[in-house]
Ligand binder design. Structure first.
Ligand SMILES: Cc1cc2ncn([C@H]3O[C@H](COP(=O)(O)O)[C@@H](O)[C@H]3O)c2cc1C
Ligand SMILES: O=C(O)c1cccnc1
Length: 504
C-alpha cells in the first residue's frame, strides 16, 4: 500500500505519516538528504515498510522516483509539502499511490473530499466510485448451457492452436494498385481509400473486389470481478442492462451498424446474471470473473472454451456468407483487464496504459492504476503464453474476441478493429495466430491511452480519430461505410478509357 500525505507546513503531515506506519516496528526512514539515491534505495529493498519524510525537490528525476515507487511492494508512506515547487513531483507520485491524503490543521482529507478521522491509525478504505453491489461469487461454467436453441458450447480441444496464417494475396494487391491508376482521378488522389480498396481486394483474392454485402458485428459481453472495487464510473448492473439494450436495438452500436448495413448480435459470455436470455447466453462460459489482481480471472479450461466460442461464431458467420467481421465489447470494468493485456503485450507501465474508461474520478483512477499494476505483475509471467495470459487477467468475453479475430484471419475474412478493449484482444489474437493482423484494419483511435500503444504494436493506422471512447464496436461501425466506399470505388468508377477522359 502506497500513501502520499500532502499538506502545508506544520499541517500534521508527519504525525499522520507516523500513524500510518504505527503497526510496523521495522520502519525504514528516508530523508531529503537521500534524494539522489531515493529511487535506488526503493528498488534495492521494495518490501521493508518505508517512510519518506519528506519528498525533496528532484528535478529531472521525477520519472525514476515514481517508477521506483510504483514498483514498491511493502507499505510506503510519502510525505510531501504542497507547494508550487513540488507540484510536478507530487502529481507524478500521486499517480502511482493507491491513497492520497491532504492534511489541513491536523484534519485528513481524501481526494473525494470526505473528511476522515483525526490522525487515524490506518488509512481509510477508498470510497467506491459508484454504488457497486457485491455480485454473487463467480460460478463455474455449466458443461452444457441450458439453451432453448439447443446450441452446445463448441469443442474446446486445441482451441488455442492455429494453423499458419497466410498473407492476403500480394498479386491481387498489385493488380488492384494497377487498376486504381486506370480510374478517372489523379494517381493516389483518394489517399487511404485507395489503400483500403487494395487491402479488401487482396483479402478477397480478386480484383476488382466483390462489394461488401454482409458485414456482421458481434458484441461480446461479460462482467469482471475487479469492477466490484470501484474501477468504473458505472455500476456493474449496467452490463446486463446494456446487453438487453443491444439485443433490442437501442444502443449506439445498433444505430451505427444499421446505417452501415451491418447486422448486430450480442453474446453473453460471462455476464454475472442467472436469468440471462437463453439465446443471448447460448455460449455462456461462466458468470463474471475472478480477481485479475491475483491472476485468477478464470481457469485455463474456461479460457479454452471462450476462445473456442469466438472461433466457432466467426466460422458460423463466414459459412453463412459474412464478408467482413467486427467485434464489439460490453462489460462494466472491462477497460481494466484490457489495459492489463495491452500493458503486458507491449511492455508498458500501469500509469501509461490506464485511462478514464467510462469517466472515473481521480480516486477511481488511483484504484484502477493499482489494479492494473497488480494485474500486470501476473500478466508478465504469462507474456509468451496467450491462453494462460487470458486466463490470469482477462475473461471469457476478451478471450472469445481474441478467438473470433484470429479465426477471421484464418478464414481470410477481413475485420475492422474497434477501440482499446477490442484491440487489446487483437494483440493477444496476433500472438495466438501470428500474422493475423494482416487481415485487420483499425476503424478508429479511441481516446483511451492504451489504444495508441496497441495500434503501434500492431502497426495499424486508424481510419478515424473522432475522440470516441465507447466500445461496443462503435468505432469500427463508424469506419465501416468508409471501407465500403473504398471497395465501391474499385468496382464502380469508370476508367479513363471507358469515360473518354485524357490521362496526364
Ligand atoms: C451506458 C454504457 C454503455 C456502454 N457501452 C459500452 N460501454 C463501455 O464502457 C465500459 C468500460 O468502461 P469502464 O472500464 O470504465 O467500466 C464497458 O461496458 C464498455 O463496453 C458502456 C458503458 C456504459 C456505462
Ligand atoms: O476504446 C474502447 O474500446 C472503450 C473506451 C471506453 C470504454 N469502453 C471501451
Amino acid at each position: 500500500m502506497r500513501t502520499l500525505v500532502l499538506g502545508g507546513t506544520r499541517s500534521g503531515k508527519s504525525a499522520r505519516a507516523e500513524a500510518l506506519l504505527a503497526g510496523h516496528d521495522d520502519v525504514r526512514r528516508l530523508t531529503p538528504a537521500q534524494a539522489p539515491a531515493l529511487a535506488a534505495a526503493l528498488l534495492d529493498d521494495p518490501d521493508t515498510p518505508t517512510l519518506i519524510d519528506h519528498l525533496g525537490h528532484w528535478p529531472g528525476d521525477v520519472e525514476a522516483v515514481s517508477a521506483a515507487i510504483a514498483a514498491f511492494r511493502g507499505d510506503l508512506v510519502i510525505v510531501s509539502v504542497d507547494t508550487d515547487d513540488q507540484a510536478e513531483a507530487n502529481r507524478a507520485v500521486a499517480e502511482v499511490c493507491e491513497h492520497v491524503e491532504f492534511l489541513v490543521a491536523g484534519r485528513i482529507f481524501t481526494p473525494s473530499g470526505a473528511v476522515a478521522a483525526r490522525t487515524a491509525p490506518t488509512p481509510p478504505a477508498p470510497p467506491p466510485a459508484a454504488p457497486v453491489p457485491t455480485p454473487a461469487a463467480p460460478t463455474p461454467a455449466s458443461p452444457t448451457p441450458a439453451d432453448a436453441s439447443g446450441t452446445a458450447l463448441p469443442d474446446p480441444t486445441d482451441a488455442e492452436v492455429f494453423d499458419v496464417i497466410e498473407l492476403p494475396d500480394e498479386d491481387v494487391a498489385e493488380a488492384a494498385r494497377a487498376r486504381l491508376l486506370t480510374l478517372t482521378k489523379p494517381p493516389n488522389s483518394l489517399g487511404r481509400l485507395e489503400d483500403l480498396g487494395v487491402w479488401i481486394a487482396s483479402c478477397q483474392g480478386v480484383c476488382p473486389p466483390r462489394p461488401i454485402t454482409d458485414p456482421q458485428v458481434v458484441v461480446f459481453a461479460g462482467d469482471h470481478g475487479v469492477a466490484r472495487d470501484g474501477v468504473s464510473a458505472f455500476p456493474a448492473e449496467v452490463t446486463r442492462q446494456m446487453v438487453a439494450n443491444i439485443a433490442t436495438g437501442g444502443a449506439a452500436i445498433n444505430v451505427l451498424a444499421r446505417r452501415a448495413g451491418a447486422t448486430v448480435q450480442v453474446l453473453d459470455l460471462s455476464v454475472d446474471v442467472d436469468d440471462a436470455d437463453p439465446h443471448v447466453a447460448r455460449y455462456k462460459v461462466r458468470r463474471g470473473t475472478g480477481d485479475l489482481r491475483r491472476g485468477e480471472a478464470m481457469s485455463l479450461a474456461d479460457a479454452r472454451k471462450a476462445v473456442a466460442v469466438g472461433r466457432a461464431v466467426a466460422d458460423q458467420l463466414i459459412d453463412a456468407g459474412a464478408d467482413l467481421l467486427i467485434a464489439g465489447d460490453m462489460g462494466i470494468g472491462n477497460t481494466t483487464p484490457a489495459a492489463v493485456l495491452t500493458g503486458t503485450v507491449t511492455g508498458k507501465e500501469p500509469v501509461v496504459v490506464v485511462g478514464r474508461g467510462t469517466g472515473i474520478d481521480d480516486a477511481g483512477w488511483i484504484r484502477k492504476t493499482a489494479a492494473i499494476r497488480d494485474g500486470l505483475r501476473h500478466g508478465r509471467r504469462h507474456r509468451h503464453d496467450p491462453l494462460s495470459l487470458l486466463a490470469a487477467v482477462a475473461g471469457p468475453d476478451l478471450a472469445a474476441m481474441a478467438g473470433f479475430l484470429a479465426q477471421s484471419a484464418l478464414r481470410k475474412t477481413p475485420a475492422i478493429l474497434d477501440g482499446m478493449v477490442v484491440t487489446s484482444a487483437a494483440l493477444v489474437a496476433n500472438v495466438l495466430a501470428p500474422g493475423a493482423v494482416a487481415w485487420w484494419c483499425a476503424g478508429h483511435r479511441s481516446t483511451e491511452p492504451a489504444h495508441g500503444f496497441a495500434l503501434a504494436e500492431l502497426g495499424l493506422e486508424p481510419i478515424l480519430d473522432l475522440s470516441m471512447r465507447l466500445g461496443e464496436g462503435s468505432g469500427a461501425a463508424t469506419a465501416l461505410p468508409i471501407v465500403v466506399d473504398a471497395v465501391d470505388i474499385m468496382i464502380d468508377m469508370a476508367t479513363f478509357g471507358e469515360a473518354g477522359v485524357d490521362q496526364a
